[in-house]
Design a protein around this ligand. Structure first.
Ligand code: NDP
Length: 509
């Protein structure tokens, strides 16, 4: 493989804020527009993580050109060899896991243990997809005619545009870039503007692992400018996007106009059902972890708990007393249970739902911004629980993407199942029950891409498909071997070795 340039050494600006650059054609370079933006620590906005390039459509055009130039070489590189490079990348992530996790907590706020988990998901998908380099199975099937061979193979689509959110700033890019690369595509990657440093660290390691110049290109900057230029380019053949439903829908319109392959992973409003026979201590553990982990900013976060009537009071007591004890703070501190929200706009959004919640249900705990002591410098919000919420109430329906949990009382399993399915989203769900028959009914009935039994709504593993029903996506899946479908075209091949004309559907009748 051709050598790439050394990782970027940040240019230290006079203000001591390190400046980072785009990565295009194996070179770290400044934006042609000459503008930059800062990424700040959400636990303490005085802490500037770095200065990043405010990309332009011209930068995107250069990145696409680089991806186009590298494509013939990369798609001809044997897939097992591509897999070895992914393996080397995964091994580097293992080596640098602690450094990556700490950088992630500093840039987006999740507590360190969860940041380590985010890095680990990246490692897991790198190793899974490295193995796909030696699998990538097609089919070999019998022909309906004698002396004829029939099989199908996967081939790369071309250039993959990868647009990612900030909440899993290493796992999600890896979920997309690893299958794109192993199948022989080249990549133009635009990370969220809240987490450009995490993206830069990943791309540094990809270059170090031996990803050749032009195969992965990183352009930082806004969705409106950089993201849109990627989506609108006729030379980008597939877009993989994770983010809000509103952005996803606008991208779908543009990509649809160009008949471009598009994989969307969008919003969620995930429910936990707790039946009267459930282990309530276990349910409390699972609900708190799912609702307040990553400060409620996971796409799989639990934000609705649908509880069979006899369990409502005992469950609420447990949830309230445990939620009150959760300690807010900088995710790098051992004492912290819940980190900050990503930015001030997110705090405003969560806050706007508190009045709505008060009018629809009963505030049990939380409900306010947290500003005591050092918290005043960050985007902190108290873990919040509302009781007595109706399944169709706004706080029970709309994605708040913060630490707000609605408890919805119901009469029985049937009503719980209806309430659970009464949302426009369909990502994750769970049920707590000791009755094996009811557990199987839930597995059959819940209209979500992921169902958990006696666990919260989070905890997906990379070797099964990940994604949602209904408005959570557009039917594609990430992770698992099915992730390859997004980045490949199928080619069916027939080899006739009879030495004569054989007509399918005619000569064999
Ligand atoms: P956004 O949709 O705002 O942003 C996601 C990405 O899209 C960012 O990189 C953003 O850039 C970019 N973007 C914004 N506008 C455009 C545009 N017009 N064209 C192209 N790209 C654009 O979502 P958030 O970052 O706020 O992420 C939170 C959302 O993501 C939640 O709704 C959550 O449910 C969802 N999500 C879903 C997951 C799933 O698997 N289903 C997983 C994780 C999150 P910029 O940052 O510069 O604005």
């Amino acid at each position: 493989m051709t050598e790439t340039t050394a990782p970027p050494r940040p240019d230290t600006a006079p203000s001591d804020v390190p400046t980072f650059r785009h990565f295009i054609a194996g070179e770290w370079m400044a934006s042609v527009g000459g503008r930059t933006f800062d990424s700040r620590n959400p636990a303490d906005s005085r802490d500037v993580v770095g200065r990043f390039q405010q990309g332009t459509a011209a930068d995107v055009a250069m990145a696409i050109k680089a991806a186009e130039t590298a494509l013939p070489m990369w798609k001809r590189t044997p897939a097992p060899k591509r897999g070895e490079i992914l393996y080397a990348f995964g091994a580097l992530m293992v080596q640098h896991k602690e450094r990556l996790a700490r950088a992630m907590t500093r840039e987006m706020g999740k507590v360190l243990a969860e940041a380590r988990g985010d890095v680990q998901e990246g490692i897991d998908i790198a190793f899974l997809m490295a193995g796909e380099g030696r699998r990538m199975a097609g089919e070999t099937v019998p022909s309906e005619l004698p002396d004829k061979w029939a099989m199908s193979i996967r081939q790369p689509i071309g250039i993959a545009g990868i647009i990612t959110p900030w909440n899993f700033p290493m796992a999600i890019p890896c979920w997309k870039i690893m299958p794109a690369l192993v199948t022989g595509n080249t990549v133009v990657f635009k990370p969220a503007s809240d987490t450009p440093h995490c993206a830069t660290l990943l791309v540094e390691l990809m270059a170090e692992a031996g990803v050749p110049p032009g195969v992965v290109n990183l352009v930082t900057g806004t969705g409106a400018e950089v993201g849109d230029a990627i989506v609108e380019s006729p030379d980008v053949n597939v877009i993989s996007f994770t983010g809000s439903s509103a952005t996803g829908k606008s991208i779908a319109v543009k990509a649809g106009g160009r008949l471009k392959r598009l994989s969307l992973e969008l919003g969620g409003k995930n429910g936990v059902v707790v039946l009267a026979d459930a282990d309530l201590e276990l349910a409390t553990d699972g609900i708190l972890w799912s609702a307040f982990g990553t400060t409620g900013q996971r796409c799989t976060a639990a934000s609705r708990v649908i509880v069979e009537q006899p369990a409502v009071e005992p469950l609420l007591q447990r949830l309230e007393s445990r939620a009150k004890r959760l300690r807010l703070g900088d995710g790098l501190l051992d004492s912290t249970d819940v980190g900050p929200l990503i930015n001030a706009a997110a705090v405003d959004k969560v806050d706007s739902y508190i009045d709505i919640g008060r009018s629809e249900g009963d505030l049990v705990t939380g409900g306010g911004r947290a500003r005591d002591g050092d918290l005043a410098h960050g985007n902190f919000f108290e873990p919040t629980i509302f009781a007595g919420v109706g399944p169709m109430d706004r706080i029970g329906q709309e994605e708040i993407f913060g630490p707000v949990l609605s408890v919805i009382p119901v009469a029985d399993y049937g009503a719980a199942m209806l309430a659970l399915n009464q949302t426009r989203y369909g990502l994750s769900s769970s049920i707590f029950t000791r009755d094996v028959n009811t557990a199987f009914r839930a597995m059959r009935d819940f209209e979500t891409g992921i169902v958990y039994v006696n666990a919260g709504t989070t905890g997906a593993e990379v070797h099964l498909p990940f994604g949602g029903w209904k408005e959570t996506g557009n039917g594609h899946r990430e992770a698992g071997h099915v992730a390859l479908d997004t980045y490949t075209e199928w080619k069916s091949i027939y080899v006739d070795f009879s030495g004569r004309l054989q007509r399918a559907q005619i000569d064999n009748q």
